[in-house]
Design a protein around this ligand. Structure first.
Ligand code: SAM
Length: 236
């Protein structure tokens, strides 16, 4: 999968060189390229923002650098993958977007080319989204119902959630199936050695060797936790 990220703070993404995603990059499974939006500015101050039309607080990201970035990354002249001719998916993190869930991650993990545009200030000039829709499928995606200072942290979270679903990134694919949200429920509690720690014992059933009983207990725990912490997932 090819992933392009455009940001005015590219060093935020240095962390993606670590751990499983770092290994996936080294192995060529994930072709992640981070770009500085200011490289598509042409003035002395490398300006990316201006005051909002209609007044109001804060600054808005100017459309010109975004237009040039999109032209280069997904436009006709782009050096982008054209393996099957699939249109790229252009994602703008936004608190005003659709909510990012495990389902979104699974869906996006099947794409060949994702482009993320990190907003800052009050956000990006609206015309950029319209223009991007001419070049690919545009998604405005929110990490949650709160406001961050910029899109970088949201993109880090999305790239990690999507990246670990790409075949070959996580060593044991079974560990992906048994996780929270994969079957609409939260994951069951996990324990490791020692069997007793500070007077707290691991539940007997997990030491029983009875796989049927363990599976039943885990399912029960999943339901109990989901009902207590996230009844909305059960439609309650
Ligand atoms: N004025 C915008 C609004 O009220 O919708 C918020 C702008 S926010 C300060 C700046 C940038 O942070 C946004 O353009 C977006 O890229 C990112 N951002 C903030 N909260 C986010 C969230 N919950 N999910 C995804 N991105 C977010």
């Amino acid at each position: 999968m090819r992933v392009d990220v455009v940001s005015i703070f590219p060093s935020y993404f240095d962390g993606l060189a670590l751990s499983l995603l770092g290994k996936a990059r080294d192995a060529g499974i994930l072709d992640l390229r981070v770009h500085d939006l200011r490289d598509w500015t042409h003035d002395r101050h490398r300006t990316v923002d201006d005051t909002p039309y209609g007044g109001g607080a804060g600054m808005v990201m100017k459309p010109e650098p975004w237009g040039l970035a999109l032209d280069e990354l997904v436009g006709v002249s782009a050096d982008a993958p054209a393996v099957t001719g699939e249109r790229p998916t252009i994602i703008f993190p936004s608190p005003a977007g659709e909510l990012f869930t495990q389902r979104t991650a699974r869906e996006l993990a099947m794409r060949e080319h994702l482009v993320f545009g990190c907003g800052r200030y009050e956000g990006i000039d609206e015309r950029v989204f319209e223009y991007a829709a001419e070049l690919g499928e545009v998604r405005l995606i929110s990490l949650g119902d709160y406001v961050l200072n910029g899109g970088e942290v949201a993109v880090m979270a999305m790239v990690e959630a999507i990246g670990r679903l790409i075949p070959g990134v996580v060593g044991n694919p079974e560990s992906l199936v048994e996780e929270s949200h994969e079957d609409g429920l939260l994951e069951y509690p996990s324990y490791t050695k020692p069997s007793v720690w500070r007077d707290r014992a691991v539940p007997d059933v997990l030491l029983s060797g009875n796989h049927g009983a363990i599976a039943a207990w885990r399912r029960e725990q999943q339901l109990e936790r989901t009902r207590a912490r996230r009844p909305d997932l059960l439609g309650e």
